[in-house]
Ligand binder design. Structure first.
Ligand code: SF4
Length: 365
C-alpha cells in the first residue's frame, strides 16, 4: 500500500506544488532558514521575511558574524523570537565547527540550537534526501483522515501513531518531496474545513472520505480557554524629547527585543496605578502618568492581551535597568532601528505624526 500511496502523492505533488522560493534551491542553509521560519507561521507571511533575511545573510558565515540585534530586527513581526536567537547561535556553530556545512547526520544536526525532531527530519529529507518523515499539523490531518485514526490528535500517543505511519510510508528515494507533498496536500486539499476530496490523489484509499467522516476527523478535544491579561506600559519622554526603551533578557519570552516598560495590571489597580507601580519596580523611578496614547489587542500563542500605553515623564529618580538587561533613551528617528515585539511596533508606527516638541507637550514638559 505504501508504494501506491507514495507514487500517487508524488505524482500529484509534481503537477500541483506551489512555486515557493525555498523550493527553487538545494542549498541546505536556505532550506534550514525556511524550515525555521515556517514553524507555526503561514507561508504568505514567511516569504518576504525569507527574502529579506537571505539578502542580509546570503551564507551561514554572514549570519554567524551578525549581531543578535541585526538578526532580531529582520525577525521583527515574525513572532516566536527564540527561533531567531537559536538560529543565530546555531549559525555560529555551523560556521565555526562544521566549516559552514549544515550537518547531514541526524545526531549532528540535532546538536544545533533550535533543531528538534521535526526540523531535523525536514532539513535532512529536503536538503539531503534522507529518509526521515516529518509530522506537523498538516501531516496529522492527512494521516488521521486517510487511516481513520479516531483518537484525540492533541495526545502525544496519537502523534506517535501518525509518526509511525509516516515512517512506514516515506519512500527511500524522493523523501524530501514526499514530506513536502503530504504537507502541501494538507495545506491546499485536505484542509481543516471542506477538504477537496474530489481532487485528492488519495481519495480511493482514504478511510474518512469513504466512510463520510471528513468533518469529524481529525478528532480534537476542546482547547483550554486562553487567558487574557490587561497590560499597561509607560512611554517615558525626557526633556530632549527622547523615549525610554528597555531590553528584555534573552531567557524570557520575546527575549532580546526592546519594549516600553510596563506590565500586568493587578487586582484593584487602575491602569495608571499599574504603570506607576511597574515603572517603580522595573526602573526604580517615580513617574507622572499623563494621558493614554493608545490601546490595542494582541494575541500570543498561549494568551491574549489588551495593551494600554500612557505618556509618562519622570517625577523623581534616575532610571536603572532593574527589570531588564539594558535601558536606553532614543530619539524618534533612531527608535526604528531597534527590534520590538509586534504590539510595541504598532505603538511606534503611530509616532510618525510626532516631533520632539509635540512629545514634550504631551508630557507637560
Ligand atoms: S480524500 Fe479527502 S479527507 Fe482523504 S486525504 Fe484526501 S482530501 Fe483528505
Amino acid at each position: 500500500m505504501s508504494q501506491f500511496f507514495a507514487d500517487d502523492l508524488l505524482q500529484w505533488y509534481r503537477n500541483n506544488k506551489r512555486d515557493l522560493p525555498w523550493r527553487n534551491t538545494d542549498d541546505p542553509y536556505k532550506i534550514w532558514i525556511s524550515e525555521i521560519m515556517l514553524q507555526q507561521t503561514r507561508v504568505d507571511t514567511v516569504i518576504p521575511y525569507y527574502h529579506r533575511f537571505l539578502e542580509a545573510f546570503p551564507t551561514v558565515h554572514e549570519l554567524a558574524e551578525a549581531s543578535q540585534q541585526q538578526v532580531l530586527k529582520l525577525w521583527e513581526g515574525l513572532g516566536y523570537y527564540s527561533r531567531g536567537r537559536n538560529l543565530h547561535q546555531a549559525a555560529k556553530m555551523v560556521s565555526g565547527q562544521y566549516n559552514g556545512q549544515v550537518p547531514a547526520d541526524y545526531d549532528e544536526i540535532r546538536k544545533l540550537k533550535g533543531i528538534g525532531p521535526y526540523s531535523a527530519a525536514a532539513i535532512l529529507s529536503i536538503a539531503y534526501n534522507k529518509q526521515y518523515a516529518v509530522v506537523d499539523g498538516n501531516v496529522i490531518r492527512v494521516f488521521s483522515r486517510y487511516f481513520g485514526i479516531e483518537s484525540d490528535v492533541r495526545l502525544q500517543s496519537t502523534k506517535n501513531q501518525v509518526q509511525q505511519y509516516a515512517d512506514d510510508m516515506i519512500p527511500e528515494s524522493h523523501s524530501g518531496d514526499f514530506n513536502q507533498a503530504v504537507m502541501e496536500l494538507g495545506a491546499t486539499v485536505c484542509t481543516p474545513a471542506n477538504p477537496l476530496c474530489d481532487s485528492c490523489p488519495l481519495s480511493s484509499g482514504c478511510v474518512a472520505y469513504n466512510s463520510a467522516k471528513t468533518d469529524i476527523l481529525p478528532y480534537k478535544s476542546k482547547a483550554k480557554k486562553i487567558p487574557h491579561h490587561e497590560i499597561a506600559v509607560g512611554i517615558i519622554v525626557n526633556v530632549q524629547g527622547e523615549l525610554l526603551i528597555a531590553l528584555r533578557p534573552n531567557d524570557v519570552m520575546l527575549g532580546g527585543l526592546w519594549e516600553f516598560p510596563g506590565g500586568k495590571r493587578e487586582k484593584g489597580e487602575t491602569l495608571k496605578q499599574t504603570v506607576a507601580r511597574e515603572l517603580r519596580e522595573e526602573l526604580g523611578v517615580e513617574v507622572n502618568v499623563h494621558t493614554m496614547y493608545h490601546k490595542l489587542k494582541h494575541a500570543y500563542s498561549h494568551f491574549k492581551i489588551t495593551l494600554h500605553a500612557y505618556w509618562c515623564s519622570i517625577a523623581s529618580g534616575d532610571p536603572k535597568p532593574v527589570g531588564s538587561k539594558e535601558i536606553k533613551w532614543v530619539s524618534l528617528d533612531d527608535i526604528h532601528s531597534y527590534p520590538f515585539p509586534k504590539a510595541n511596533k504598532v505603538l511606534i508606527d503611530g509616532f510618525t505624526e510626532l516631533d520632539p516638541a509635540k512629545l514634550k507637550q504631551l508630557t507637560g514638559q
